[in-house]
Design a protein around this ligand. Structure first.
Ligand SMILES: [Zn+2]
Length: 263
C-alpha cells in the first residue's frame, strides 16, 4: 500500500501538471459522480493529508482521492491516449496534461469547506505543514492498551504510516511490535523517528531508510525476513498483526526488539 511519502510525491506531481490550469476535460468513472463535469474550472492545488489527496478547484470544489492498496495517478501528455480499460477511475485534463487516476480506492467530489468530513478524523501528518508530534503522542496515549504496531497504522493517531515505515521505525527504536503503547518508554522518540524516515523519503523516487540505496540494503528489516539482521546477525522474523487484511505484515528482529525490554 502506498504510504505517506508516495502520496506526498503524487500530490506534487499532480500539482506540477494541474495547478493554475483550466480543466478542459474531466471524466469520473465512478457511479456516484458519473455525470460530474469540471470543465472550465481552474485547479488551485493538490495537497496530501496522510494517504489522502485533495485537489482543490476554484468555485469551492475539492476532488478527494485515495490510492488504497494499489491505486496510482499517471500524468501523460494531453494529446496522448488515455490508458484503456476498467482500471481508470478519474481523468482530469488541461490543454497540456491529462492526469489519469488508476485503481483509486476512493473518488469523491465535495465542497472544499466540507473536506473535514472526509479527512477531519486523521491525526497529524508527518509530512504536513501542521505536523505536531505532541498531538500524535497524545492521540496514541489515549489507547494505552493498543499494541504500538497497530497504533502506528491507525490513521487517527498519525496519518501516513503503513507497514514499511512501521517495521523500520520499530526496528530502529528497538521496540517489540506487540508492546502496549502505554509501556513504550519513549513514545515521542518513536513518533519523531517515523516522521524523520518519512520526511527523508518525501522527494526520493525510491525508499531508503538505511542511507544505502543499493537493492537489499535500502531497508533494515522490511523485505528482509529470513535474512540476517544488519545489527545483530540473527534471522529477521515475519508475522502478522492487526485486523486490516492487507496491512497485517510485520517484520522484526527478535533479538533487537525483544519482548522483555521496555522500549
Ligand atoms: Zn537484530
Amino acid at each position: 500500500m502506498p504510504e505517506g511519502d508516495v502520496v506526498y510525491r503524487t500530490a506534487r506531481r499532480l500539482g506540477r501538471a494541474l495547478d493554475g490550469r483550466v480543466l478542459t476535460r474531466s471524466d469520473f468513472r465512478v457511479p456516484r459522480h458519473a455525470t460530474a463535469d469540471l470543465t472550465g474550472l481552474t485547479v488551485l492545488e493538490t495537497v496530501s493529508r496522510g494517504k489522502h489527496l485533495l485537489t482543490r478547484l476554484d468555485g469551492g470544489l475539492t476532488v478527494h482521492t485515495h490510492l488504497r492498496m494499489d491505486g496510482l495517478w499517471r500524468v501523460l501528455p494531453a494529446g496522448g491516449r488515455t490508458p484503456p480499460g476498467d482500471l481508470v477511475r478519474l481523468v482530469l485534463a488541461n490543454a497540456e496534461w491529462q492526469a489519469v487516476g488508476l485503481r483509486l480506492g476512493m473518488v469523491d467530489l465535495v465542497a472544499t469547506g466540507r473536506e473535514e468530513r472526509l479527512v477531519g478524523h486523521l491525526g497529524p501528518d508527518p509530512l504536513g505543514p501542521d505536523w505536531d508530534p505532541a498531538e500524535a503522542v497524545r492521540r496514541l496515549r489515549a489507547s494505552p492498551e493498543a499494541t504500538i504496531g497497530e497504533a502506528l497504522l491507525d490513521q487517527r493517531n498519525l496519518a501516513g504510516i503503513g507497514t514499511i515505515y512501521r517495521a523500520e521505525t520499530l526496528f530502529l527504536a528497538r521496540v517489540w511490535p506487540w508492546r502496549q503503547v502505554g509501556a513504550v518508554r519513549d513514545l515521542r522518540g518513536v513518533v519523531e523517528l517515523a516522521q524523520r524516515l518519512l520526511y527523508a523519503n518525501r522527494e526520493r523516487p525510491s525508499r531508503v531508510t538505511t542511507g544505502d540505496p543499493r537493492p537489499g540494503r535500502d531497508t533494515w528489516v522490511y523485505g528482509r525476513a529470513g535474512r540476517p539482521c544488519p545489527r545483530c546477525g540473527s534471522r529477521i522474523s515475519r508475522g502478522e498483526m492487526g485486523a486490516q487484511p492487507r496491512e497485517r505484515l510485520i517484520v522484526w528482529c527478535r533479538r533487537c526488539q525483544p519482548e522483555e525490554t521496555a522500549g
